[in-house]
Design a protein around this ligand. Structure first.
Ligand SMILES: Cc1cc2nc3c(=O)[nH]c(=O)nc-3n(C[C@H](O)[C@H](O)[C@H](O)COP(=O)(O)OP(=O)(O)OC[C@H]3O[C@@H](n4cnc5c(N)ncnc54)[C@H](O)[C@@H]3O)c2cc1C
Length: 457
């Protein structure tokens, strides 16, 4: 709890128009996409490094927690002030400081919206590939803190693959510059990589140097429909094995399709049990070669049907179904428990079928979709928290799913992070010795546990 006198001090340090303690502000910054809510004591809108340094100094002097925040669309509670304190919002630090064609890189502030960077890069004939589905709202700072992924990460990799350098403030108040403007860099411990995915618990990122690629000149999108869940999941494997190398390999199960078609008021073919979206990109010659390989794979799989989208408008129409899944399934039950497990590609069909069988066995509504190309299976348990019996089954289902995922060499989270909501499940993946190593790293960066406390462990 911050005393009124201390609040005045914070305003004096940072500026009246950047510090807010009114209830409506506190409420607006008390939640994220998890639906969980924790009221902070103050909200600071940083506009410069000086504001960040002043806020850190204030939090240290008063032993108050500091929680960095981008757009607040995180799925694991990372931006929530679980122990109160100051929420430091980066949406005003949203400048693209440099777009360097010669070196194919961009230098940005953490509050830049992901799709704004993509649009600016495209104008220069360049490409920033990481594409979380939240890209029209999420910030680069949030993407770095969560090491965000997305559909195109199957071919292009996750945010970490594009971060060349970072500037960040430690809780000691010192500013560090990690990484370089080069692709190769093996000098010293790789602390830049340690900060990526650290969920705002080790340092506060104030600047990022990001690698850009040449913009692929051509894209084709396909949707392939299947009459069984297993056939759809096996098709994902076939495409990988055939070395089609698509940029996107997305899966939607019957429940996802049913929810979207109902949401859009469209009739749904009774036979349709799964659909796979496949994007191929590259030079015209590469696209032609890969498309031929892809068509052979489709013919071998014997699907229910297939659509091909060439123009931008046709492709957008095909994407529409995939993008509508989250809003469409939200109406199925009062709460969505959204897990983003990842398994090695060779185990996808087996895990998908095991989860579907578990849903039938326990009588739970489980919706499966996601970036299956990289084994990232969004497993959505649609539940009613007021139904105690159902919630017991959820515990049982999650226990069985996490055990199985780790057994086959997978991970409990591929892109959403641990934060608050997945904290209870860390023991499935990490031994006590590994968890202690994490804690020691946290202590080395933040000995007083003031930066985003209560997360991950
Ligand atoms: C509909 C929907 C779809 C989504 N799809 C995807 C997807 O496809 N792939 C994916 O990876 N994620 C996805 N997400 C999750 C989410 O969008 C990402 O985790 C995103 O990176 C969060 O960005 P943000 O700016 O909202 O960060 P916030 O939610 O504000 O914060 C997230 C974490 O980053 C930390 N943080 C923020 N800024 C800084 C900073 N400057 N310095 C240090 N730490 C900081 C916070 O403390 C917090 O721990 C989705 C979310 C929604 C709601």
């Amino acid at each position: 709890m911050i005393e009124k006198k201390a609040t005045k001090e914070l305003i004096a340090k940072v500026g009246r128009d950047k510090v807010f303690c009114d209830r409506e502000y506190l409420l607006s910054y008390s939640y994220d996409a998890t639906g969980l809510e924790f009221l902070p004591d103050a909200v600071v809108f940083a506009e410069s490094d000086e504001d960040v340094a002043a806020t850190i100094a204030f939090c240290r002097e008063h032993s108050v927690p500091l929680v960095p925040r981008g757009a607040g669309v995180g799925y694991s509670g990372g931006a929530l002030a679980v122990q109160g304190g100051v929420v430091l919002v980066f949406t005003r630090m949203n400048r693209i400081l440099r777009l360097d064609r010669e070196n194919s890189l961009a230098v940005v502030e953490p509050g830049v919206i992901t799709s704004d960077l993509q649009a600016a890069a495209e104008k220069a004939g360049l490409f920033y590939p990481p594409d979380p589905a939240s890209l029209k709202t999420s910030t680069i700072g949030g993407n770095i803190a969560e090491n965000a992924g997305g559909p195109r990460c199957f071919k292009y990799g996750v945010t970490a693959n594009y971060v060349l350098g970072l500037e960040a403030f430690l809780m000691s108040g010192e500013k560090v510059r990690l990484g370089a403007e080069t692709i190769k860099n093996v000098a010293g411990y790789d602390l830049k990589s340690l900060l990526i995915g650290s969920e705002g618990t080790l340092a506060v990122v104030t600047r990022a140097t990001l690698r850009l690629l040449p913009l692929p000149p051509q894209r084709r999108l396909f949707r392939v429909d299947f009459s069984s869940l297993a056939a759809g999941a096996r098709f994902v494997q076939r495409v990988i094995r055939a070395h089609v190398q698509p940029s996107v390999l997305e899966f939607m199960d019957r429940s996802s399709l049913q929810a979207v078609y109902a949401y859009q008021g469209l009739p749904l073919d009774e036979r349709l049990q799964a659909a796979v979206l496949v994007e191929i990109d590259g030079s015209p010659a590469e696209v032609a070669d890969r498309e031929a390989l892809f068509e052979k794979t489709v013919a071998e799989a014997g699907p229910l049907g297939r659509e091909r989208a060439e123009t931008f408008a046709e492709q957008e129409a095909l994407w529409e179904t995939r993008r509508a899944i989250s809003p469409a399934i939200a109406g199925l039950k009062p709460k969505k428990i959204n897990e983003d497990i990842v398994v090695p590609a060779g185990r996808i069909p087996e895990i998908v079928e095991a989860i579907a069988a578990l849903a039938v066995e326990l009588g739970l509504c489980i919706v499966l979709f996601g970036h299956f190309g990289d084994g990232n299976i969004h497993t959505n348990l649609m539940v009613d928290p007021a139904d105690a019996e159902e919630m017991k089954k959820v515990d049982l289902a999650l226990d069985r799913i996490f055990r199985r995922v780790v057994e086959v060499g997978g991970t409990i989270s591929g892109e959403h992070g641990i934060g608050l909501s997945k904290k209870p499940f860390m023991h499935y993946q990490f031994s006590p010795a590994e968890l202690e190593l994490f804690r020691n790293i946290k202590r080395a960066f933040d000995p007083d546990n003031l930066l985003n406390p209560g997360k991950i462990f």
